[in-house]
Design a protein. Structure first.
Length: 145
């Protein structure tokens, strides 16, 4: 049975680390803002095994004037469970959460290889590609809600 529930920041680390920070120490999985009261973390589990995570931060993209923005970060699905629809389920959960908070926009830094996944869910690229040192090529993507 698939279950998506709100979890603690530290609970995301066992999924963030192998997917987003392979070969790096577990401490690299802590993101600024993880423990703020305005941040929410969600985990997708099957038979009580955590397979995918996403985090939502109430933060504004500096170049955007839309009010009540949220940033999606730390989206990760364990490798052997990718392409099974779990990522899409988590993005929809994140969107639902943001709508409940009267959010008007979700934005994030998408890895180059994930752009087509997000485009299928209605997200658009804003600007040119950029590098995050030690992580790779990214694009800023967004969706108005």
């Amino acid at each position: 049975m698939i279950l998506i529930r709100q979890i603690e920041a530290e609970d995301t680390f066992p999924v963030r680390q192998p997917v987003l920070r392979p070969g790096k120490p577990i401490e690299s999985c802590h993101f600024d803002g993880d423990n703020l009261g305005t941040t929410a973390h969600f985990g997708l589990s099957e038979n009580e095994e955590l397979l995918a995570v996403v985090s939502i931060y109430k933060t504004k993209y500096p170049e955007c004037t839309i009010e009540n923005q949220f940033q999606m970060r730390g989206m990760a699905v364990l490798e052997n469970h990718q392409r099974m629809g779990f990522g899409e389920q988590l993005v929809k959960k994140a969107e639902h959460y943001v709508k409940e908070k009267n959010g008007k926009l979700i934005w994030f830094n998408a890895r180059q290889k994930a752009v087509s996944f997000y485009e299928k869910l209605g997200y658009k690229i804003n600007g040119d590609a950029f590098e995050i040192e030690g992580v790779g090529t990214h694009y800023i993507m967004y969706k108005r809600l």
